[in-house]
Design a protein around this ligand. Structure first.
Ligand code: G3P
Length: 217
């Protein structure tokens, strides 16, 4: 499973990218607003740093304006994936941009039917939002499973990009189900390293090393 990092914070992307943990980046208008940066400038900086796809989201609602914004975002770099919402206008924009050879990430997906439409429109990525479904007592992981089944049944090449990931467990759950990509905030990716038994074992090893006076360098 590929790891995308879900942030527009350059320092945090760099730290994970230097460790080889970043296969791509996703942003959205909320994350750009949080960064306090200009969307075109910060997106260019991210694209220069990261080899994989960098999702940059349109803010228009009608198809013509979305298309103009998508084409402008796509000019930032070759690794831009234009992010469009799962609306009828978004699907139209997806089809046109895909036909022009531009990667498209269709976002705000909350149902298997929406994912089916995005695949038909040629999306490179579909972004089902797991956490926001869990927030309203629905099952986000079940949606990932359903989309995996549907895409595999018909050989759709659209990549399942699990989004709105809130915990380290979500990451391993998505990998078990067969999501192609999971995008998570940096703190969630880092939390994947944590285990209480690792902490406990390390404390015991350190105590014994100290007692025995073990020195290596
Ligand atoms: O990639 C979409 C993601 O940023 C949404 O996450 O936590 O705002 O639901 P969240």
């Amino acid at each position: 499973m590929k790891f995308f990092v879900d942030t527009a914070e350059i320092d945090q992307i760099k730290e994970l990218n230097d460790l080889g943990m970043v296969d791509g980046v996703t942003t959205n208008p909320s994350l750009i607003a949080k960064s306090g940066r200009d969307i075109l400038e910060v997106t260019k900086e991210i694209c220069d740093m990261v080899d994989g796809p960098v999702s940059a989201e349109v803010v228009a609602l009608d198809a013509d304006d979305m298309l103009a914004e998508g084409r402008k975002l796509a000019k930032i770099a070759d690794n831009i994936a234009v992010k469009v919402p799962l609306t009828w206008a978004g699907l139209k924009t997806c089809k046109t941009l895909t036909d022009e050879g531009i990667m498209v990430n269709v976002t705000l997906c909350f149902s298997a039917n929406q994912a089916l439409l995005a695949a038909k429109a040629g999306a490179t990525f579909i972004s089902p939002f797991i956490g926001r479904l869990d927030d309203i007592n629905l099952d986000g992981l079940e949606l990932i499973e359903d989309i995996r089944t549907i895409y595999d049944n018909y050989g759709f090449e659209t990549n399942i990009l699990a989004a709105s990931i809130r915990s380290a467990n979500h990451m391993s759950d998505c990998a078990k189900i067969g999501a192609d990509v999971a995008t998570a905030p940096p703190n969630v990716i880092k939390a994947m390293a944590n285990h209480v038994l690792t902490d406990k074992g390390l404390a015991a090893f350190m105590a014994d090393a100290k007692k025995a006076g073990i020195k290596i360098v």
